[in-house]
Design a protein around this ligand. Structure first.
Ligand code: GAR
Length: 192
């Protein structure tokens, strides 16, 4: 069974999708920790409802990224966390966590990378009037959405779609793709 920490800054629909996949037996894992860098993030209540340990921190109350990542690393190690799953965590990961969890930090991003990295990827795709966008799951490196791609799925933007329609379609894809990719990571690692 994989021991996961989920890092999230937002509403937590991907966190819920991972938890549902575990409950339904589609993902052989447990989530030992939910980390959020925003005290007002919706994901915190979702984690508490599910009795998942939560660590909420304010980056501004630390001298720098290294200091808060060292604290987060201790939180992860205390719980035997093996993989860090970024689910809408809107912050670059620094060397402290990248070194400790080499090739064991994954991210989901709402575009077909390398197109539209960074913030508001759905808005960027919508503005550019592309007809196909999608979802990418990738290993995290020190860049902004630049690490090796693990899997992707396309989403078509229809002429009549509003931005909210695209968001809904992207999220529906994310909620199936992310648990499936996480489940595949263990097998991938074992076959290395
Ligand atoms: C998701 O769409 C995820 O792909 C995106 O944040 C959203 C979080 O939603 N992540 C990024 O943009 C990372 N660059 P959620 O809080 O409902 O899971």
């Amino acid at each position: 069974m994989m021991n996961l920490a989920v890092f999230a800054s937002g509403t937590g629909s991907n966190f819920d999708a991972v938890m549902n996949a575990i409950e339904n037996g589609n993902l052989d894992a447990r989530v030992s920790l939910l980390v959020s860098d925003r005290i007002d993030a919706g994901v915190i209540e979702k984690a508490q409802k599910r009795h998942v340990d939560t660590v909420v921190f304010n980056p501004k109350s630390f001298v720098n990224k290294e200091a808060f990542e060292r604290a987060l690393l201790a939180d992860c190690k205390d719980r035997g966390v093996e993989w860090i799953i970024l689910a809408g965590y809107m912050r670059l990961i620094g060397p402290t966590l990248l070194t400790a969890y080499e090739d064991r930090i994954v991210n989901i991003h709402p575009s077909l990378l390398p197109a539209f990295p960074g913030k508001d990827a759905i808005g960027q795709a919508f503005e550019k009037k592309v007809k196909i966008t999608g979802v990418t799951v990738h290993f995290v490196d020190d860049g902004m959405d630049t690490g090796p791609i693990i899997d992707q799925e396309a989403v078509r933007i229809e002429a009549q779609d509003r931005k909210e329609d695209v968001e809904r379609k992207i999220q529906a894809v994310e909620h199936v793709l992310y648990p499936r990719v996480i489940q595949s990571l263990k097998a991938k690692e074992e076959s290395k």
